[in-house]
Design a protein around this ligand. Structure first.
Ligand code: TLP
Length: 346
């Protein structure tokens, strides 16, 4: 039985080309800046993000934490969406490690922060208030059904931040999903962000890594914080090589994942006992509600039948399409889901 693993796009296997590039990678000690493959990946990432420099990090969580450490002083306030990954799933690292104070604002259904609400956070100087050190957005938005923010959306929030001389960090873990879905270059979506993180190991299927980009001074300071966190690596070209293949070969094919997600969403919409608006599905993340029965039991029963998903809070369940999941798998998954929905509702 083929397991159809829709828990996340992090479960992908590296491509053969990645494994081959890893085998052949030219490497050196990155602690001395001497790994040619890492240097090449960092240059490529900076170029695609439209920034001066980029830094190879262990994970999206590390990149986002480095952004907070680098932009902020301890005691600064950081504005985050209440559904953001940085607030929900990064172990509270911004508060515990970077010592910042988190100010959450509601994300709307499209994962956007209302610019007026961001504006209202900037209060006149007063001895009581923590200074705002950073505003963050997420694109695509994981907990908001993988919604893609447009360049215009980001610009609106960036204008507020800039007016208050505050940087804007974009958690672009899935920025290429956004770019492909909107039919624009990723660098258009990142133009107004001061710094951007994106992931190599989600839709792009590399085994490890994230890239943090920004201007040269920002990236060099982030490099020092990466060292402080124990994230300085040595012959990291071995893993960077897969990241290069990811950027070169895995971006365009994201349209397949988006098409499969759409087929999945439309199929789920026709199953009694589930709630989903297929219109909300524009990239590779599909979130739906189970009307009857426990989502945990639903997910356990699905896994026993070879389809993996994750409970996503309340009555919600998340499925993510990715490299290795074919249209046929979606059809098989829909049949299994349909029978499990009936079973758990009993
Ligand atoms: N998201 C993972 C889990 O952590 C939930 C997933 O399966 O979706 N930003 C965004 C928007 C993310 O979705 C993730 C990972 C990260 C950052 C963190 O990246 P990693 O896992 O590399 O630390």
């Amino acid at each position: 039985m083929k397991v159809i693993d829709l828990r996340s796009d992090t479960v992908t296997q590296p491509t053969d080309a990645m494994r081959e590039a890893m085998r052949q990678a030219e490497v050196g000690d990155d602690g001395w800046g001497e790994d040619p493959t890492v240097n090449r990946l960092e240059a490529m990432a900076a170029e695609v993000m439209g920034k001066e420099r980029a830094l190879f990090t262990a994970s999206g969580t590390m990149s986002n934490l480095l952004a907070v450490l680098t932009h902020c002083q301890r005691g600064d306030e950081v504005i985050l969406g209440d559904e953001s990954h940085m607030f929900s799933y990064e172990v509270g690292g911004s508060s515990t490690v970077a010592g910042v104070h988190i100010h959450i604002l509601p994300n709307n259904k499209r994962g956007m922060l209302e610019p007026e609400e961001v504006e209202a956070c900037f209060r006149p100087p007063d001895i009581h208030f923590a200074p705002i050190g950073l505003v963050c957005l997420e694109n695509t938005h994981n907990r908001c059904c993988g919604a893609a923010l447009s360049a215009e959306d980001t610009k609106k929030v960036a204008e507020v931040a800039t007016r208050h001389m505050t940087p804007l960090h974009l958690d672009g873990a899935r920025i290429f999903n956004a770019a492909v879905s909107l039919g624009v270059e990723a660098r258009e979506l990142t133009r107004d962000a001061t710094s951007v993180s994106f992931s190599l190991c989600k839709g792009l299927a590399a085994p490890v890594g994230s890239m943090l980009s920004g201007d040269a001074e920002f990236v060099e300071r982030a490099r020092k914080y990466r060292k402080m966190l124990g994230g300085g690596m040595r012959q990291a070209g071995i893993i960077a090589a897969a990241g290069i293949v990811a950027l070169e070969t895995m971006v365009e094919r994201l349209t397949e994942d988006h098409r499969n997600a759409k087929v999945l969403a439309e199929g789920l919409c026709n199953i009694n006992g589930l709630i989903i608006d297929p219109e909300t599905v524009r990239t590779n993340i599909v979130i739906f509600e189970l009307i009857n029965g426990s989502p945990e039991r639903f997910v356990t029963r699905l896994a026993e039948r070879g389809v993996k998903a994750v409970p996503f809070g309340g009555r919600r369940v998340r499925m993510v399409t990715h490299y290795g999941i074919e249209l046929e798998d979606i059809k098989t998954a829909l049949d299994i889901i349909s029978s499990v929905v009936k079973e758990v509702a009993r």
